[in-house]
Design a protein around this ligand. Structure first.
Ligand SMILES: NC(=O)c1ccc[n+]([C@@H]2O[C@H](COP(=O)([O-])OP(=O)(O)OC[C@H]3O[C@@H](n4cnc5c(N)ncnc54)[C@H](O)[C@@H]3O)[C@@H](O)[C@H]2O)c1
Length: 387
């Protein structure tokens, strides 16, 4: 039973993870090297906790207890009693290595060391440790207290005990846990790429504008937001950086090729909501074009993007990144997709998905449309993902 949880880095993710651990009755040691950041994190958490009391989600005495359970500290040595430390610092392998080396000198031999990294491999982070069997990826989504999904990523060094303990603990916090292989983008950031990439490609080919593509995905497909609205929300710069890093990490597989349109929007400072302009204008919304609500066009856009997403989900299963169930859970709980993609594939008919991909592949001669071998095999054997 792990009593004390350490969190390193009190930024966007670290403070959320500390809040979850404290709400689950753990003593929490939240360390940041910046005193200024620690005060900001403390203030931010105070506000959130007060709002939870106002909304009746917790009582005033619970709020005090939760606050009292978190030690905000710039002294890394305070992490010594922790049974698990989750690192959530800047995404830089050299700095992460320094932190993990120091951590190993402070904590006991039994302490599990986890990283919340989005884009670095867990194997590369674990390489800094003497006892690398204690490394694990525990990937929360933003905002951590609200998003139900957590991806747990055992690396080739992780012991079974490390991954079992991490899984048991995070599940006990009420999170939906999926287990995935230490591969670029883990599940969600890998499988979701075509949602953005294929939408950009459809726009670049002049098939439809941003508003029409968004309308098709949202209204006809049931996605919470269309891809361009979502990219503007995430930040075009952030989304482009993830796409570029996944593309590089997959040794430039054309399936993940980034888009020049997104690069130019990002270079121009059209980041989205935060900069007042992205694919849409947020200061003067009258400048935005209206969707062409032609159902035949909309359905063809939706079919194309969904088939690419399904192909990607199938590839994650084919390559042993995660199970069918976990791939579907990851996309519904991590990015709120209206359905699991493999279930969706079954519903459309895998033979229909294969035909659509094959038509695209024949037309473009581009590897990004190549149907996955598992899809071919399942169609040949008339199988489904769910019986
Ligand atoms: N922001 C997201 O949406 C998101 C989602 C999932 C995972 N992640 C991952 O979580 C990690 C943190 O991201 P973030 O967005 O919270 O970053 P952030 O910039 O908001 O916070 C990072 C914090 O780490 C602190 N820090 C930096 N170097 C340190 C050191 N050597 N010792 C102690 N503290 C140090 C900084 O002072 C800062 O407070 C990254 O690995 C990122 O890839 C981020």
């Amino acid at each position: 039973m792990i009593e004390t949880i350490g969190v390193v880095g009190s930024g966007t993710m670290g403070i959320g993870i500390a809040q979850i651990a404290a709400q689950n009755k753990h003593q929490v040691v939240l360390h940041d090297h910046s005193e200024k950041q620690l005060s900001k994190a403390k203030e931010g958490l105070d506000k959130i906790m007060k709002r939870l009391v106002e909304k009746g989600r917790i009582t005033e005495s619970e709020r005090k207890e939760i606050n009292n359970r978190i030690l905000f500290t710039s002294n890394m040595g305070d992490l010594w009693p922790c049974g698990l430390v989750i690192e959530a610092i800047v995404e830089n392998i050299t700095i992460k290595h320094e932190v993990f080396k120091k951590l190993e000198e402070i904590v006991s031999d039994h302490c599990i060391l986890a990283s919340n990294t989005s884009s670095l491999s867990i194997a590369s982070i674990g390489a800094a440790l003497n006892k690398s069997e204690r490394i694990i990826g525990i990937h929360f989504f933003n905002p951590a207290p609200l998003m139900p999904l957590v991806e747990i990523i055992p690396s080739i060094q992780s012991s079974k005990n490390t991954s079992d303990s991490a899984k048991e603990l995070i599940t006990s916090w009420g999170k939906t846990v999926v287990i995935c292989k230490d591969t670029p983008g883990f599940i969600v950031n890998r499988v979701a790429r075509p949602f953005y990439g294929e939408a950009l490609r459809i726009y670049e080919e002049g098939i439809a504008d941003f508003a029409t593509i968004d309308w098709a995905l949202k209204e006809l497909g049931g996605f919470r937001m269309g891809p361009f609205t979502l990219m503007d929300y995430i930040g075009n710069d952030v989304n482009f950086a993830v796409t570029e890093s996944v593309f590089k990490a997959f040794f430039y597989d054309p399936r993940f090729k980034p888009s020049f349109t997104q690069k130019r929007y990002s270079e121009a400072g059209f980041y989205g909501r935060k900069s007042g302009r992205g694919y849409y204008h947020y200061k003067n919304e009258e400048l935005n074009s209206k969707a062409n609500k032609n159902k035949v066009l909309g359905q063809s856009i939706l079919d194309r993007i969904v088939c690419l997403l399904i192909n990607e989900a199938i590839d994650a299963v084919f390559m042993g990144v995660a199970t069918t169930k976990d791939v579907d859970l990851a996309m519904t709980k991590g990015v709120n997709y209206p359905k699991g993609l493999l279930q969706w594939g079954d519903e459309i008919g895998l033979e229909v998905v294969l035909k659509r991909l094959q038509d695209l592949f024949d037309y473009y001669g581009d590897d990004r449309y190549r149907p996955n071998p598992l899809l071919r095999r399942m169609v040949a054997k008339k199988k489904k993902f769910y019986s």
